[in-house]
Design a protein around this ligand. Sequence first.
Ligand code: ASP
Length: 314
Amino acid sequence: MQTPADLIVILGTGGTIAGTAQSASDGVGYTAAQLRVEDLLAAVPALSARRLEAHQVAQLDSKDMDFATWQRLAAAVEAQLARPEVAGVVVTHGTDTLEETAYFLHRVLAPRKPVVLTAAMRPATALAPDGPQNLFDAVQVAGTPGAAGVVLAFAGRVHDAVQVRKAHSYRVDAFESADGALVARVEEGAVRVVGRWPVGEALGTARIARPAPQWPRVEIVSNHAGADGAVVQALRAVGVDGFIAAGTGNGTLSQGLDAALRDAQSAGIPVWRSTRCDAGPVMDLPGLLPSAGALSPVKARIELILALLAEPAA
Ligand code: ASP
């Protein structure tokens, strides 16, 4: 008889959810990534009835997320999903680069089983930590029949990896989905699906096999009053493989920045235009630098890095 796939694997990577402070009333002066993933689970007795397994993949403040950790995490998630007894994977993470890791895993793995990222805005030692509830919710989402793809369970909402952005620096409900698109809500442990689970074509982990120090360097440059393109020249002097322009409005660029980026493009460096606006696409127009579509600058950067990784290393 076949065993039902009911095991949820929790992979810890650090973040504020695993952070501790000297005092319970200190919500900002804490150190992220102090507790192990087993400690996070111990704080949620309501999960004791579930079949869970925990592994520590990394222990960092996600502001310091790096390519090598992404490689390790993608390999760990892929290996866990391949186990027939695993229903889904939960990844505990910091909030700062959560949307980047989510998009990266989405593009590389596009999993058929759920991969649910979660995090917290308050450290584990806070008067009212939000991590235990978010972790509880994430496990419910990972165990939901029919769930698939990379999502983020946070503050009672389930966002898809493509749409989600950190939209607030302090509020407990810190994430928003562009255009209001939401996958589900979690209410008292019940997952109410209101949208679609994100699926797609996986690029595969072979795409990201190149040693991390040799990954392409793609930099984001933003348009703003007085932007003159000098930063583009400076980055080219260091050596850069691609640029994402975080333009104003519909990806507009000052004359100086546009000229500097066109010059880079003529020299063979790919340049994509995105917008520094919180939501909305950048429309492609004839004669302008190519648009990154509806991707935010940080997600467009990941997309360009993954595109460049398909080319032979320089
Ligand atoms: N700096 C922390 C991190 O991203 C913030 C958080 O988790 O909320 O790891």
